[in-house]
Design a protein around this ligand. Structure first.
Ligand code: NAI
Length: 325
């Protein structure tokens, strides 16, 4: 058996974590031969509820769980952390403006960025799930002075998986028949799910569907899927979000074998997206590192949508600029 690695999960008493923790503990994320020490963080008011979750983890008698820490202190939760899944966030309350939401979350993610910088493994890989995920990742990275900003990513994998499932249903293929899906930009309704480079069983996806379907059905369905789930379930997506988080971290840690996945990562000028935001890009992962897929042709339709979601991210950035110092 390998030496255990430390996996921190924040928002550990919440609904995504209620699915995520058990997937991580069962080996779905890091493999069936990788023991884990779970480091579970939530706020003081949620400690009693978290105690219940911990009792259930114990009751699963998972062979891979080598220890469980539950705490309300980020410095304790991130001590030696190898993988940090930052799920906990402040939901939008009654009367809260978008700017208030950004500021409330910025406060949380600046504290957590500082704690990761002080306490986590120097190789820590961070995935931000809590919304607004891209901008929260930017804040955490900016506050983690002792870590490389490239260690901080945000989740657009749920959008990527939703896009795969919509295209598979439309073309009668399996999701595994589809390659080169991309979700560009923000995890929000401005995201751009792009099938321009996609193949389905090796054939260009654009030869199988018409432009009207792409514009009037595919893109809006993927962009609005989160809202559709809230309407149907009365709660936001949780198991699918947890599953996407597992996919994102597993691929980053264990590699994608040349396949493209969508990850929101610090922009570096690729595809004309200037540095300064955390932007969804097509990536390949190898040896524990991700790289943005380069050299793709971008047509005018894609360009306009990629710029629109970039503009939204820059507006979010402007609202919390003072916390980036
Ligand atoms: P939830 O409300 O069930 O749980 C959130 C948990 O975070 C609560 O237990 C809360 O006490 C905790 N929390 C709040 N502040 C915290 C802090 N400072 N430190 C540690 N824990 C803290 O919410 P749920 O459904 O689990 O969703 C979590 C987040 O994930 C939300 O922001 C949601 O919008 C986001 N989300 C992101 C998706 C994505 O694709 N990026 C998809 C679905 C949800």
């Amino acid at each position: 058996m390998k030496k255990p690695v430390k996996v921190a999960i924040t928002g550990a008493a919440g609904q995504i974590a209620y699915s995520l923790i058990f997937r991580v503990a069962s080996g779905s994320m890091l493999g069936p031969d990788q023991p884990v020490i779970l480091q579970l963080l939530d706020i003081p008011d949620a400690m009693e509820k978290l105690k219940g979750t911990v009792m259930e983890i114990e009751d699963c008698a998972f062979p891979l769980v080598a220890g469980i820490v539950s705490t309300a202190d980020p410095m304790e939760a991130f001590d030696g952390t190898d993988y940090a899944l930052l799920v906990g966030a402040r939901p939008r309350g009654p009367g809260m403006e978008r700017k208030d939401l950004l500021s409330a979350n910025a406060a949380i993610f600046s504290v957590q960025g500082k704690a990761l910088s002080e306490k986590a493994s120097r190789d820590v890989r961070v995935l931000v799930v809590g919304n607004p995920a891209n901008t929260n990742a930017l804040i955490a990275a900016s506050n983690a002075k002792k870590l490389d900003p490239r260690q901080f990513t945000a989740m657009v994998r749920l959008d990527h998986n939703r896009a795969l499932s919509q295209l598979a249903a439309k073309t009668g293929a399996a999701t595994t028949d589809i390659e080169k899906m991309i979700v560009w930009g923000n995890h929000s309704s401005t995201q751009y799910p792009d099938i321009s480079h996609c193949t389905v069983k090796g054939k260009p996806a654009k030869s199988l569907v018409d432009q009207a379907w792409i514009e009037k059905e595919f893109i809006p369905t993927v962009q609005q899927r989160g809202a559709a789930i809230i309407k149907a379930r009365g709660l936001s997506s949780a198991a699918s979000a947890a599953s996407a988080a597992v996919d994102h971290m597993r691929d980053w840690a264990l590699g994608t074998n040349g396949k493209w996945v969508s990850m929101a990562v610090p922009s570096d000028g690729s595809y004309g997206i200037k540095p300064g935001v955390v932007y969804g890009y097509p990536c390949v992962c190898k040896n524990g590192q991700y790289e943005i897929v380069q050299g793709l042709d971008i047509d005018a339709f894609s360009r306009a949508r990629m710029d629109a979601t970039d503009a939204e991210l820059r507006e979010e950035r402007a609202a919390i600029e003072d916390l980036l110092k």
